[in-house]
Design a protein around this ligand. Structure first.
Ligand SMILES: Cc1cc2nc3c(=O)[nH]c(=O)nc-3n(C[C@H](O)[C@H](O)[C@H](O)COP(=O)(O)OP(=O)(O)OC[C@H]3O[C@@H](n4cnc5c(N)ncnc54)[C@H](O)[C@@H]3O)c2cc1C
Length: 296
């Protein structure tokens, strides 16, 4: 098998190269200059230069796919990645197998796993698709001592016209590759409560995230920190949920976490069913105590 893999996030790209290199040859394409993933086993890393929009990127990937004999294009499932995958699949006349947590090939067919019903079930399928999106955190990125050849590709025109750009205040966070996440829910009650969670995140060297009400409805955190079905899919080693009830749409984004610790004042909150450790209590009492112990 010969794979072409793409992400605009080079940490995710490094994970996907690591994942795919044991399944065949792999080349990678990225639209970001930051931390080029050239030591993970890709033969070629294509640096896509210019106006990196879903359509200009998918046109470049289509050219590569058609000219270089790739069997499959594997894209990280980010917002941009999903747009690129959809556009590319139409361009090359393929299905797209989306949001995969597992991807293997047998007798020319892909055997995949993805979550169904918001994360309650695992669906195993076979596909003839050539385009796949992988969930972030498919594996840990591991260098393999090789060095990729770097090639520049100039992107063509895009139908997207940028009228103005404003930097988002993202705080530099990268949830998809975070090892520890402190996530807050509506139980926080007020925006000022973020400080309590931030202190805990700082004490454990973690990133801060939130449920949809916190990120979208109340905007106590930026939207790109939302975890869940319509937010980021995360796979940290430790996920600490403060004042999150554990609705299925939230669980869909954090089910891949290795250890889940929940603090909730309602002992029947569904989040406890997903948790390895649960503390029934007021987060404003419990979180500062945890912070104190963990910072010590
Ligand atoms: C199509 C669709 C997509 C969605 N996508 C997402 C998504 O991507 N991500 C997402 O998160 N949601 C998503 N939702 C919304 C989801 O259904 C829930 O409404 C949401 O997850 C609830 O967020 P929450 O747990 O913060 O709030 P709530 O459900 O209101 O829970 C708050 C919790 O805090 C506890 N609490 C209150 N005060 C305290 C305190 N002082 N100390 C400790 N605990 C306290 C309460 O007991 C309660 O369990 C989606 C919904 C739909 C329909």
């Amino acid at each position: 098998m010969k794979f072409l893999t793409f992400s605009e996030d080079n940490q995710l790209l490094a994970q996907m190269i690591t994942f795919l290199r044991s399944r065949g040859e792999v080349d990678a394409a990225t639209s970001s200059d930051r931390d080029m993933p050239i030591e993970y086993g890709a033969g070629v890393v294509y640096a896509l230069r210019g106006n990196a929009q879903y359509d200009s990127i998918s046109a470049a990937l289509k050219n590569l796919f058609e000219s270089s004999g790739y069997d499959a294009v594997v894209i990280a499932s980010t917002v941009l990645g999903r747009e690129v995958a959809g556009h590319l699949s139409v361009g090359i006349g393929s299905d797209v197998a989306p949001e995969l947590s597992s991807l293997e090939f047998k007798d020319g067919k892909a055997i995949t796993k993805r979550w169904g019903y918001g994360g309650k079930t695992v669906i195993e399928e076979t596909w003839n698709a050539r385009v796949f999106t992988l969930l972030p955190g498919i594996t840990d990125a591991e260098k393999n001592g090789s060095e990729s050849t770097l090639k520049d590709i100039q992107l063509g025109d895009s139908r997207v016209e940028i009228i103005s750009e404003e930097p988002k205040n993202l705080g530099g966070g990268n949830l998809e590759s975070a090892k520890i996440i402190v996530s807050v829910g509506r139980g926080l009650g007020k925006k000022e409560g973020i400080e309590v969670a931030q202190k805990l995140a700082d004490a454990v060297g973690g990133e801060i995230a939130g449920s949809r009400p916190v990120c979208l409805d109340y905007q106590w955190l930026s939207e790109d920190r939302q975890v869940g079905l319509s937010g980021k899919k995360v796979k940290p080693k430790v996920y600490i949920a403060l004042g999150i009830s554990g609705q299925i749409q939230h669980i869909a984004g954090m089910r891949g976490s290795k250890i889940v610790i929940a603090i909730n004042k309602d002992k029947s909150a569904p989040i406890f069913e997903e948790s390895d450790y649960g503390i029934v209590g007021d987060l404003y009492q419990v979180a500062p105590k945890l912070t104190e112990k963990l910072a010590a």
